[in-house]
Each structure stands twice: as C-alpha cells, then as structure tokens.
Design a protein around this ligand. Structure first.
Ligand code: UT7
Length: 336
C-alpha cells in the first residue's frame, strides 16, 4: 500500500526495560550453558526479566507514556499493541493500556505476529491514519517472554528477554521526515510448528485433568528459524528499499529484529551492507520479541548511530511464520 496524501509520521519514541537483568554467567549457574557459548552463538550478554508483579500491560503503559512525551503530546486516537504475551488470553491487553494512559474510549486492539508484531502493528496503524479513522496512533510492542519460557530450556532462556517500546504515529505529508514509506508484510503458516506454544489455545486447551501431557512453554526450532530469518529479512529489506527508490547500498541504517548477532550480520552480508550500518542492541537486552525494533531504534538514536536524515530500513522475522520490512527517512526524534 502506498499512501500518497495522508502519510503517517513517526513523531515519538519511548521504551521501558525492567530494572533486573540476568547475565550469561548467572544463567550458567542454573543451566548447562556458559557465557562463552551464548556470546559466540548469539552475541547476547544479558537479558532483562520483569518482576513477578509486572505484566505486559505495565511495560506497555510505561513505553507508551514515554512515546507520547517524546512526541510532546498527551493523547492518541488509537492504540495498537503487538504482543505474544498478553496479560490474559481474553480480553486483549490494548484497551487496558489505553485506559491506563487516560486516552478515553479510543479504539485499542492487540496484534499477534510474534517477533514481527511491531512491524505488523506499525503498518496496521498507518491504515488507521490513511483512512482518517485516527489522526495519531500509539504503536506499542511489549513482551514478557520470561513468563512463557521453559525454565529448563537453555536454548530459549539464553535468548529471550522482557521489555517494551513504542512509537507515536501522526498524520502528515508524505515528504515530511519520518513519513513511513514502502512496507512489506508476509507470512507462511506452513512453518507454524517452528515457533509455538502447544498447550493453552483452542487446538489444545489446558485441562487440569491432563496437565501431565501439557506443554505450556514457548518452543523453537532454532536452526530452521535461523535460515528462514536471514533469507526473509534480506529479501524484504531489499524490496522496500527498491520501492522507496533507494539502491540497497544507499541504506544508511538497517534496524533488524534483534534475534541473534549472526542473523543480523547474515542479513547485512546478504545485502552487501557494511556491518557498521546494522546497529546492535541484543548484546544488552537479548531478543525482546515485539519490543525489539522500537528498543533497537531508541538505543541507536541514543548512541548517535541513527541520526536524522538516515535512510532507514526496519525488518523483522518471527513465529507464524511472519516477516516484513518498512522504509523511512529517520526524523529528528529523541526517545523518552
Ligand atoms: O525471534 C525470532 C525467532 N528466533 C530466532 O530468530 C532465533 C534463531 N535461532 C538461533 O538464534 C539459534 O538457532 C540458537 C541460538 C537458538 C541456537 O544456536 P545454533 O547454533 O542453531 O545451535 P543448535 O540449536 O543447532 O544447537 C547446537 C547445540 C545443541 O547441542 P547438541 O544437540 O549438538 O548436543 C544444543 O543443545 O548447542 C546446544 N545448545 C546450547 N548449549 C549451550 C543450545 N542452546 C545452548 C546454550 N548453551 N544456551
């Protein structure tokens, strides 16, 4: 979809991370793993973990409030929340977030696209603005993976962390800095089993009487996901750059879903982009799922690796399978 007249401008950026983090050495004292293994295979050094009393909505409210502050606004006309770890299966978490932000009776709903959730939410929000359903939309990615990880599974415990990030989109002209440019979203449900939580949905509801057979934890076939992730993110990044009229080598910053350093650099290498154009945040937060892109954006801006005027491509890959990319020229926005 190309919106010619009523574009969506990225006008605010906010993040929130739990205070507590778990280092690789701490994990190594609990599980059969080591700092050396985790760093060399993933690039991750630590991950934040929410306190037991903190849920996805709590983090989303904090990040959302900061995105509003960053945009210099105190309201938004809609909330789109990307998450795989909603507070409850029913209802959606976004209405609670909107209420706690004091936004009144605005439309608010969740988007479920696992680690691609933020991109899906961003493009959905643009649709709300393009159709004049809303003049501004708070787009939030918030995930509390620590609640769905198997405490004994070293391959997922090493990777995932908790956190939230948000942007405020507002209506504007397509030539303004920060106008969301070409975007591509895609899926392949044939890969459903590569990333899944088996028990707890309508296919296999949780039943107390068969609890022994239940598997309520997040499972991932890391190797297969890895291969797909590099391929799909590189291909969709190339597509949006071309649709934006940019040559691939003129992309200044590739902000990729922070899953694994080898995946990030695999994407950069496939695109023949210098790795210095691919900012890294996962070393300090791990894979924060739907929160990953806004957290990486904020970290890159704070570290002055992402600056106004940069030709920026956002790309992500996750369960579903789902993937996508979006292009924009980075505006003069500072995270709050
Ligand atoms: O967020 C979007 C979706 N997720 C991703 O994009 C993640 C994609 N996948 C990955 O990042 C990687 O596949 C992992 C980091 C998950 C795993 O790395 P890998 O190099 O693909 O390892 P592997 O799964 O092939 O496992 C190799 C070995 C296995 O042992 P055996 O069977 O060879 O004895 C694993 O059990 O490494 C073992 N292993 C570990 N060893 C120490 C897996 N995790 C760990 C660990 N510490 N934390």
């Amino acid at each position: 979809m190309t919106v010619k007249t009523r574009a969506s401008i990225l006008a605010g950026l906010g993040t929130w991370l739990p205070d507590r983090f778990v280092t690789n050495d701490e994990l190594g004292r609990e599980l059969d793993t080591s700092d050396e293994w985790i760093r060399s295979r993933t690039g991750i050094g630590r991950r934040h973990v929410a306190d037991p009393g903190t849920a996805t909505s709590d983090m989303a409210v904090e990040a959302g409030a900061r995105a509003l502050k960053s945009a210099g606004q105190d309201r938004a006309d809609a909330v789109v929340l990307a998450t795989t770890t909603p507070d409850r299966i029913c209802p959606a978490t976004a209405p609670l977030v909107a209420a706690r932000l004091g936004l009144g009776p605005v439309p608010a709903f969740d988007v479920s696209a696992v680690c691609t959730g933020f991109l899906y939410a961003l493009v959905t929000a643009r649709g709300l603005i393009a159709t004049a359903t809303a003049d501004s939309v708070l787009v939030i990615g918030s995930d509390t993976y620590s609640r769905i990880l198997d405490p004994r599974d070293r391959s997922t415990r090493a990777i995932f962390g908790d956190g939230a990030g948000a942007v405020l989109l507002r209506a504007g002209g397509p030539e303004e800095p920060g106008a969301l440019g070409p975007a591509v979203l895609a899926s392949d449900g044939n890969g459903e089993e590569l990333i899944s939580v088996r028990t707890g949905g309508s296919r296999e509801p949780f039943r107390a009487e068969s609890a022994a057979d239940a598997d309520p934890y997040f499972r991932m076939n890391g190797k297969a996901v890895f291969r797909n992730a590099v391929e799909r993110m590189a291909q969709s990044s190339r597509q949006v750059a071309e649709e934006a009229g940019w040559t691939v080598d003129s992309i200044d910053r590739l902000i990729a879903h922070q899953a694994n350093l080898r995946i990030l650099y695999g994407v950069a290498d496939q695109l023949k982009l210098g790795r210095d154009r691919c900012p890294v945040h996962l070393d300090r937060v791990g894979n924060t799922a739907a929160a990953s892109l806004p957290l990486a954006l904020a970290d890159a801006v704070t570290g002055r690796r992402l600056r106004p005027g940069h030709r920026t491509v956002l790309t992500a890959f996750g369960g579903g399978l789902t993937w996508g990319a979006a292009a924009l020229v980075w505006p003069d926005v500072q995270p709050a």
